[in-house]
Design a protein around this ligand. Structure first.
Ligand SMILES: Nc1ncnc2c1ncn2[C@@H]1O[C@H](COP(=O)(O)OP(=O)(O)OP(=O)(O)O)[C@@H](O)[C@H]1O
Ligand SMILES: [Mg+2]
Length: 360
């Protein structure tokens, strides 16, 4: 904090208090001397005047040393807040612990709160700007595709039954992409701004994993990929947001299917996490195309796709793993993954395990 103190003509509060003290002391001295001594009124007035000047000077100097500099610090602090300049306050000392010090400390606290709030709002604002840029980019592709198909149909292709059907199917595929995209966008926006909170409850993990596998079996079958569940304790209970954990599993298993090869498999396993007692690790392993080492650190970034055209062809927008990462962070858990090109990938996350009790 800059201690540059602009010199003003007078310390006005000092002048006022010193004048009151000097006037009161002068009057007291005058009356005392006049009543109690034989001095003439003129001499009594003279002594009172000297005492007044002395009292005025001493009071002014004391106030200047004790109060003036600290008031200037407070003034500078308030100016800094209104100018949004937040600097280090470490050199401000508050040793007297009196009202002025209490005020200074409060002001520093308020200043820090304002600073944090401004930084938070700036972060959200930057995030929104970047997000809107990304969204408009992502929306353009399916919208232009739909426009192209409709235009071709309107320009005569409507008469041809074969073309007509295939174009409408393609348009529908793009509409579906838009629907998924908007759903994921809303979710990630809420997760990234912290609007979506995790509601933790205790639940049986086996049931949830089983539900996910069942719901994706058909999709896997179409891609000739096998879904394998490595059996684990059916009584195992975890504490987490059940729907969000389901969402994580769906996103990971879907990736395992989507980026796999015909005849490949996706395997889900649950084990105790040996590095931390009281935690379990859930792994989704696939025997697919894998991810290049250079791309691996970026896969959880919003809208990141290793191969945009390949991903788009498979209906991917690059939000799945970003959502996974945010949910896991919101739970205070860990996500780790490794991958080998043409061999496959494994994504693992941890969850807090509860003391098990038998299923009713
Ligand atoms: N199991 C995997 N094997 C190979 N590549 C993967 C795997 N999982 C993710 N990737 C790569 O990481 C990218 C990001 O994955 P993410 O799930 O975030 O997006 P997406 O699958 O493209 O789209 P979305 O999940 O939003 O539908 C993918 O585009 C893909 O290139
Ligand atoms: Mg995905």
């Amino acid at each position: 904090m800059s201690r540059q103190v602009r010199k003003k003509a007078f310390f006005r509060l000092g002048v006022r208090v010193s004048t009151y003290s000097a006037a009161f002391s002068g009057l007291t001295v005058f009356l005392t001397v006049w009543f109690l001594s034989d001095l003439e009124i003129k001499n009594s007035l003279f002594i009172a005047a000297i005492v007044s000047v002395l009292i005025w000077t001493i009071t002014y100097l004391v106030l200047h040393v004790v109060v003036y500099r600290r008031l200037k610090t407070i003034e500078q602090l308030t100016k800094n807040i209104s100018r949004r300049r937040f600097e280090e306050y470490d050199d401000i000392t508050t040793v007297y612990n009196d009202e002025v010090d209490i005020l200074t400390t409060q002001l520093i606290k308020s200043s820090r709160t304002v600073e944090r709030e401004i930084q938070r709002l700036n972060r959200i604002e930057n995030y929104r700007k970047e997000f809107i840029g990304d969204i408009s980019h992502e929306l353009k592709t399916p919208i232009f595709a739909i426009q192209g198909f409709i235009e071709t149909l309107l320009n005569g292709a409507l008469e041809d039954k074969e073309v007509n059907r295939s174009f409408l199917k393609k348009a529908m595929r793009n509409v579906n992409r838009l629907i998924y995209l908007t759903k994921d966008l809303m979710e990630i926006s809420k997760l990234e701004t912290g609007e979506l909170k995790s509601e933790k409850e205790e639940f049986y993990l086996y049931e949830t994993v089983f539900d996910v596998i069942e719901s994706l079996n058909h999709k896997a079958g179409k891609d000739h990929v096998r879904l394998v569940l490595v059996e684990f304790d059916k009584n195992l209970r975890v504490k987490a947001d059940k729907n969000q954990i389901k969402q994580i599993l769906i996103n990971l298993v879907e990736n395992g299917i989507k980026y796999n090869v015909a005849g490949g498999k996706v395997e889900i396993s649950v084990e105790d996490y040996d590095k931390m007692p009281g935690k379990v690790q859930i792994s989704v392993l696939d025997t697919g195309m894998g991810i290049d080492e250079a791309d691996l650190p970026r896969v959880t970034e919003r809208f990141f796709r290793v191969d945009k055209s390949r991903s788009r062809e498979r209906g991917g927008t690059g939000l799945g793993l970003a959502i996974v990462k945010h949910i896991i962070e919101a739970h205070g858990e860990q996500l780790f993954y490794e991958s080998t090109i043409n061999k496959g990938s494994v994504f693992t996350f941890t969850l807090r395990k509860m003391e098990s009790e038998p299923v009713a």
